[in-house]
Design a protein around this ligand. Structure first.
Ligand SMILES: Nc1ncnc2c1ncn2[C@@H]1O[C@H](COP(=O)(O)OP(=O)(O)OP(=O)(O)O)[C@@H](O)[C@H]1O
Ligand SMILES: O=P(O)(O)OC[C@H]1O[C@H](OP(=O)(O)OP(=O)(O)O)[C@H](O)[C@@H]1O
Ligand SMILES: [Mg+2]
Length: 282
């Protein structure tokens, strides 16, 4: 059985379970369940605190895990990212009261509050800045108002939490994060069970980002049309009953679909349809 760590709480938890469910795996029905065995798919899911997942995976007791890139790096655990999952996207940034800091050099001699001590301490050391780091479990934005620190380093998505606390980001982003699949560094790369799990998740990622596009066009416009819809490998071309016309089928990124339909129409393509992809193996 493949043993997989899944976040049990926070921003990663819901989307991770939703993705696993879309990939055909059973998921827990209640948020208090700690372990779920899915015998049909030969996997066992362990619902763990997101921050602990890299530690479990690096110990080798669990084969793979889903966590945040920032949490992986912060943990310093002996684990590596093998597939980015495209959700829980965020940046990790310094913030302070407006006008109190412009760049990392202004941190010398100051105190930075954060839940991600590992990332911050390394970033400061790499930049040659001597500042104190104080660890807080959450709601770090409040640390400045209460005088515990002059600067914070925290996860920023929409920026709403910072605005509400009257704070502004400064300096370059420290890192970009998203949910990722991790495994122990140096673990067997071609374990067939792990490869199958990754293929299933990749199938979900493709299904979420592509639509299938079908259209008819005159044979003399085919090259132009195919240039607009090159697909992942190559479009399927079928003859139509009407002489001089062909039907084309190709995968198109969902975000481009409307523009591509306009462009195809403009070169004379007709009966242009898009349909959702529910699952795939590339
Ligand atoms: N608002 C957010 N938008 C996107 N990703 C976020 C957000 N907040 C946290 N994350 C990501 O979630 C992961 C942290 O998960 P964790 O469960 O520790 O914190 P959380 O989502 O803030 O939950 P909580 O603080 O309620 O425990 C990190 O990878 C982080 O980048
Ligand atoms: O830029 P935003 O969209 O506001 O999102 C970022 C905020 O979300 C998270 O906080 P969370 O609500 O998890 O509380 P916490 O600080 O206690 O972890 C994170 O720690 C930031 O505070
Ligand atoms: Mg949080």
């Amino acid at each position: 059985m493949l043993r997989i760590a899944v976040p049990n709480k926070g921003s990663l938890s819901g989307p991770a379970s939703a993705m696993l469910h879309e990939a055909g795996y059973q998921q827990r029905k209640e948020s208090k369940e700690l372990v779920l065995v899915d015998p049909e798919n030969e996997v066992e899911f362990f619902y763990l605190r997101p921050r602990d997942i890299a530690i479990y995976v690096s110990s080798g007791k669990l084969d793979i895990g889903i966590t945040g890139r920032d949490l992986l790096i912060d943990s310093g655990a002996n684990a590596e990212e093998i597939l980015p999952l495209g959700f829980a996207r965020s940046t990790f940034r310094f913030a302070a009261k407006p006008g109190t800091a412009q760049g990392i050099d202004d941190l010398a001699g100051r105190t930075v509050a954060t839940s991600y001590e590992g990332i911050v301490a390394k970033h400061l050391a790499d930049s040659g800045i001597d500042a104190s780091v104080i660890h807080l479990d959450g709601a770090v934005e409040t640390a400045i108002e209460l005088g515990v620190a002059q600067v914070i380093a925290d996860v920023v998505e929409t920026g709403t939490s910072l605005r509400n606390a009257g704070l502004e980001v400064f300096g370059d982003p420290i890192m970009k994060s998203e949910a990722v699949v991790i495994r122990r560094t140096g673990a067997e790369a071609d374990d067939p069970k792990v490869q199958q799990f990754l293929r299933r998740l990749q199938g979900v990622l493709v299904a979420r980002t592509y639509v299938m596009m079908d259209y008819d066009c005159r044979a003399e416009h085919l090259e132009q049309a195919v240039a607009l819809t090159p697909g992942l490998e190559s479009p399927t071309i079928s003859p139509l009953h009407n002489e001089g016309w062909v039907a084309v089928r190709s995968m198109v990124p969902t975000k481009d679909a409307q523009r591509v339909m306009d462009d195809l129409y403009a070169i004379g393509a007709r009966a242009i349809l898009t349909t959702a992809i529910h699952a795939c193996r590339l």
